[in-house]
Design a protein around this ligand. Structure first.
Ligand code: ADP
Length: 488
């Protein structure tokens, strides 16, 4: 075996710090550094959305095509904060107002074409390499947006191994079979064992069928995906890959260079050894939202405002939490009904509830630093990152016991408190007959309020939370093992 690093091409629709709508971006942006220590050199192929090329140093042409699904396209290589990027500059697909997937709350109508094009280019680079002769040993694709890479490689007869990571199975990349031809996909493979999902094409399913291996972002979610409740119709494929030992869960970590309360430029520095300034961050957060000092804990919520995230459960439960002495700051955007409901909550309790509708990265850091609790009542959660930031920053997580939340938070039961393993509060574990509902959340919040009143127990719980290893160490090792197995 040669001594050069192995090479992985990661194909993704978002990557922190360049463009982020959720956890996917954090993962794509953090893995390369963790993998580099294990002998894997990464390059990330992503779209050059507006403003992206300006953030990149030294951009050179790495690939071009005069007609990529209806327009000219150039891939430019460059670096940004240690990341090696390949940016797909295709103005007819990516140079437009709005976010990566939506404009004014609606999907870009040509999303299937846009991300099929990204996947097509990923496959071309995997097979033929870049102008500077960089060719990957393996391609790592993420979610529906790059789900077609394994299919394109297969149809071209390529044997480059592929790994699909599912960050959320609820988004499946659906479009009509009338588009197959335009997207260079063969009609003969449009059937339920391959591209078809109930009369439509699903790019996520295509990836689940064709990738050499499939992972998802926590062990519990990997099990859940094989059930109708969580599989969103893809449980059959999940079960098939799982039964063959070709699908597994690898827990996400967080980038502890960016998420470090002792070195975070957005907050007053503190650490588990010297947590004093945590109280000042709390004070500053209360002031920022003109809130009164609560008797009980200050909870924070940073989230997409969707049904998945249990925002309705929060709306139902928070009045009781506030009446019991709590306060809360919410940052998020999404469903207008939830935005409205949160606005009403803030008007009803102006000195106890702060709400910021929008997306604000520095504020999210100030919130984890200032919060006593971070609330994550998700109905399903592939991994979840906000509870990990909460652990790291000493905002003790209150979470639904599902998916990665269940794998990363240890409930403060008497036994777990006694042996010093408890890191937060969980509710609604279906394995124990529970369900994720307002009653369960309310009970967990009550336990948090009670423990908060017992200063000594509280500080011990918080310290255990802050000491929890949440970096990429272990999990990057598992990806590297899997990669090694695939290129052997
Ligand atoms: P998901 O990917 O399903 O949205 P995760 O918990 O895995 O959920 O990741 C969410 C990420 O997005 C976290 O880094 C969180 O801090 C961030 N985030 C979510 N909403 C906002 C917001 N309104 N402002 C700033 N950051 C946000």
């Amino acid at each position: 075996m040669s001594h050069r690093h192995h090479r992985v091409l990661s194909v993704a629709s978002e990557c922190a710090p360049l463009v982020k709508t959720g956890g996917l971006a954090d993962v794509v942006g953090a893995l390369p550094a963790a993998l580099a220590r294990l002998g894997w050199q990464s390059r990330i192929l992503m779209p050059a959305y507006p403003g992206i090329l300006e953030q990149v140093d030294r951009s050179e042409e790495a690939w071009r095509d005069d007609d990529l699904f209806g327009g000219p396209a150039v891939v430019r290589s460059g670096t940004c904060q240690g990341l090696d990027l390949l940016l797909l500059d295709a103005p007819h697909l990516f140079d437009r107002p709005g976010g990566p997937y939506t404009v004014d709350g609606h999907d870009h109508p040509d999303n299937p074409v846009r991300f099929a094009a990204l996947s097509w280019v990923g496959a071309q680079l995997a097979m033929h390499g870049t102008v500077d002769r960089w060719r990957p040993d393996l391609v790592h694709v993420h979610d529906w947006q790059s789900g077609l890479v394994p299919s394109y490689l297969k149809y071209a007869g390529s044997e480059v191994p592929t790994l699909l990571t599912i960050h959320n199975i609820a988004f499946q990349g659906l479009f009509g079979p009338d588009q197959l031809d335009d997207l260079h996909l063969p009609t003969w493979d449009f059937h339920p064992e391959a591209l078809e999902y109930h009369g439509l094409v699903s790019t996520l399913k295509a990836g689940m069928v064709h990738a050499s291996r499939v992972t998802t972002v926590s062990p519990t979610y990997a099990e859940e995906l094989t059930t109708p409740e969580f599989g969103f119709g893809l449980e059959g494929v999940a079960r098939m890959r799982g039964d063959r030992g070709e699908m597994l869960g690898i827990l996400n970590g967080i980038d502890t260079r960016i998420w470090d309360p002792a070195a975070d430029p957005a907050v007053l520095p503190y650490s588990v050894e010297n947590p004093r300034a945590k109280a000042e961050n709390r004070r500053a957060l209360l002031d920022e939202f003109s809130l009164e000092e609560p008797v009980g804990p200050l909870a924070v919520v940073v989230t997409r405002l969707t049904h998945q995230k249990g925002v309705d459960l929060l709306l139902e439960t928070l009045p009781g939490f506030i009446e019991a002495g709590g306060a809360v700051v919410v940052l998020g955007s999404g469903d207008p009904a939830y935005e409205h409901g949160l606005g009403e909550l803030a008007s009803r309790f102006p000195r106890s509830v702060g709400v910021r509708i929008g997306y604000d990265e520095p504020l999210s850091h100030r919130m984890y630093a200032g919060g006593d609790l971070v609330l994550v009542p998700s109905r399903f959660e592939p991994c979840g990152l906000t509870q990990l930031y909460g652990l790291r920053y000493g905002a003790v997580p209150v979470v639904a016991a599902t998916g990665g939340l269940r794998d990363t938070v240890v409930d403060a039961t008497p036994a777990n408190l006694a042996d010093g393993t408890a890191t937060g509060f969980t509710f609604g574990d279906s394995r124990q007959g529970g369900s994720i509902d307002a009653g369960g959340l309310s009970f967990a919040l009550g336990r948090a309020i009670d423990m908060y009143a017992d200063r000594e127990s509280w500080l011990r719980l918080r310290e255990t939370a802050m000491r929890e290893p949440v970096d990429w160490g272990t999990s990057a090792g598992r990806y590297a093992e899997l990669f090694a197995e695939l290129v052997r």
